[in-house]
Design a binder for this molecule. Structure first.
Ligand code: 5GP
Ligand code: ZN
Length: 113
């Protein structure tokens, strides 16, 4: 499958890894929108939240907790941070392998700003 983030998980495209386990991979965004901008993904290919199924519930819980972990490891535990996932055309989703952005390290703008 021609998926950028599957290739990042496989290691055929390089990335700056911040966390990995059996199910989850997390790395630095190549074009950071905040002082800390990480991406947390399941190793399993799911195109977006729209394609997630009930059987993915535990996996998505693992991804969410990995987002908490990498945010804390980046020093954002006290200051706070934003976790978001874009879904489809109107959101501006560019990479169709579900990913959770972890943004922080500064006061973030209001959503839709
Ligand atoms: P989306 O708009 O799909 O929610 O976000 C995709 C994100 O992936 C963007 O923030 C973009 O900067 C990031 N990105 C795109 N290509 C690469 C890449 O090759 N490596 C890394 N580390 N991030 C990427
Ligand atoms: Zn993929």
């Amino acid at each position: 499958m021609d998926c950028l983030f599957c290739k990042i998980v496989e290691g055929t495209i390089p990335s700056t890894k911040v966390y990995e386990d059996e199910y989850v991979y997390a790395f630095k965004d190549i074009q950071p929108q905040a002082p800390v901008h990480l991406l947390v993904i399941p190793k399993k290919h799911i195109a977006s939240l729209n394609e997630a199924e009930p059987g993915d519930a535990e996996l998505l819980g693992r991804v969410t907790l990995a987002a908490q972990r990498v945010a804390k490891e980046a020093g954002l535990g006290d200051s706070g941070y934003r976790v978001l996932t874009n879904v489809g055309k109107d959101s501006g989703q560019v990479v169709f392998h579900i990913h959770f952005h972890v943004l922080g390290g500064e006061k973030l703008g209001a959503l839709n700003a």
